[in-house]
Design a protein around this ligand. Structure first.
Ligand code: KG4
Ligand code: ZN
Length: 356
């Protein structure tokens, strides 16, 4: 069957067409097209996503993105069997553009409509790369808006067993990156800068820079990134103030200082996440860990999580970098499995910024 999917939960307008079928080994998923139109250049001017601008930009982009997805796949709406769309969570104005488009498309073409949760879609990106992957497994979602651990017992049952009590990991990357003067969004630039920093920054040395851990100091599987974020931002301000008797805004940190801060911050993030993952794997009976979301693109986190999985002798599945950020290929993969499970929406489908 062919699934047409739309994703517009934040600042990427995306459409994809997936060919999917069940076979004797499980499921064969073949991506026919995957178009992502990013608004990063627009929001970079403001240092973060401006919701009203995002929804307007989605409205302007969506028809062209969908047309491109059909052209790339070499098919027409008449070939499609079902429509999947992200309906939550995300920016409400952004979500509504995708949901309205998908409802109209499904109605005009008399197709079933499948409502997709954006977080579950991030996890489903792994099905596109690991054909043998199937629930149950443990999912670690690390994105701009979420940082959580889920027990995934079947294709549509996600039970949150831990999560952030305040900021998400990606939010912390972006805010620290902004204070350091890195291009928006800061995550990818911090990744590279930390790699420079790890050439000389050795976290095993007690006398080097250390920031607080985002792992809560208790036996839950929760995180808290706000203390870490504030500690790094305060450290940057103090360092700048020490360098000048004038206005700290005029001070540019030396590259080596920035690289050291990026490495120390990244070390805290990766160790904190690894600590809670280690606790989850020690306390549960899992064979596989799936890591997903924009921050799953982080090279240091990928290496650390892989080593924790190795220690527990469980398999590790993580999408390629191109499928970690927001895209509609993951929405299509999630939609396919929900379709098989009988999940459908009707014309009353609404968008939701948050879900229970
Ligand atoms: O999943 P995503 O595309 O959007 C949400 O659903 O939130 O995640 C975006 C987040 C941003 O905060 C971005 O800075 C972060 O993912 N990110 C990274 C990297 N690439 C993207 N964070 C750390 N290291 C990276 N390489
Ligand atoms: Zn996302």
């Amino acid at each position: 069957m062919l699934i047409f999917a739309i994703e517009s939960s934040c600042d990427e307008t995306a459409a994809a067409i997936l060919s999917a079928e069940e076979n004797e080994n499980g499921h064969s998923l073949k991506l026919l097209s995957n178009v992502v139109s990013s608004q990063i250049a627009i929001h970079a001017l403001y240092g973060g996503v401006v919701p009203e601008i995002a929804s307007r930009a989605h409205s302007e982009a969506i028809s062209g993105v969908v047309a491109q997805a059909f052209a790339d796949a070499g098919c027409t709406p008449a070939d499609i069997d079902a429509v999947a769309v992200t309906y939550a969570p995300g920016l409400i104005g952004s979500l509504l553009v995708g949901v309205s488009f998908a409802k109209a498309f499904a109605s005009v073409n008399h197709l079933p409509l499948i409502p997709v949760n954006h977080i579950e879609a991030h996890v489903a990106a792994a099905y596109l790369t690991y054909p043998d992957l199937k629930p149950p497994y443990l999912a670690l979602v690390v994105s701009g808006g979420h940082t959580s651990l889920y027990e995934v017992s079947d294709y549509k049952t996600f039970t949150e067993i831990g999560g952030t009590r305040d900021d998400a990991a990606g939010e912390a990357f972006d805010k620290v990156g902004r204070v350091m003067g890195l291009p928006y969004p800061g995550g990818a630039a911090m990744d590279k800068l930390a790699a420079e920093g790890f050439r000389f920054y050795d976290p095993k040395q007690k006398k080097v820079l250390h920031f607080p851990s985002p792992a809560t100091p208790d036996d839950t599987l929760d995180f808290s990134f706000s203390g870490l974020k504030t500690a790094v931002i305060n450290h940057i301000h103090t360092t700048k103030q020490r360098m000048t008797s004038g206005n700290e805004e005029d001070v540019e940190l030396p590259e080596e200082t920035k690289a050291e801060i990026a490495a120390a911050f990244t070390h805290s993030v990766t160790e904190g996440i690894a600590k809670k993952l280690d606790m989850a794997l020690s306390g549960g009976n899992y064979n596989t860990v799936v890591m997903a979301g924009g921050v799953a693109a982080n090279s240091h986190l990928r290496a650390k999580v892989e080593s924790v999985c190795g220690k527990h002798n469980v398999s590790f599945a993580v999408p390629p970098l191109s499928l970690c950020g927001d895209n509609a290929a993951m929405t299509a993969a999630c939609g396919y499995h929900l379709y098989r499970c009988g999940v459908r929406a009707d014309a009353s489908l609404n968008a939701f910024a948050n879900l229970e």
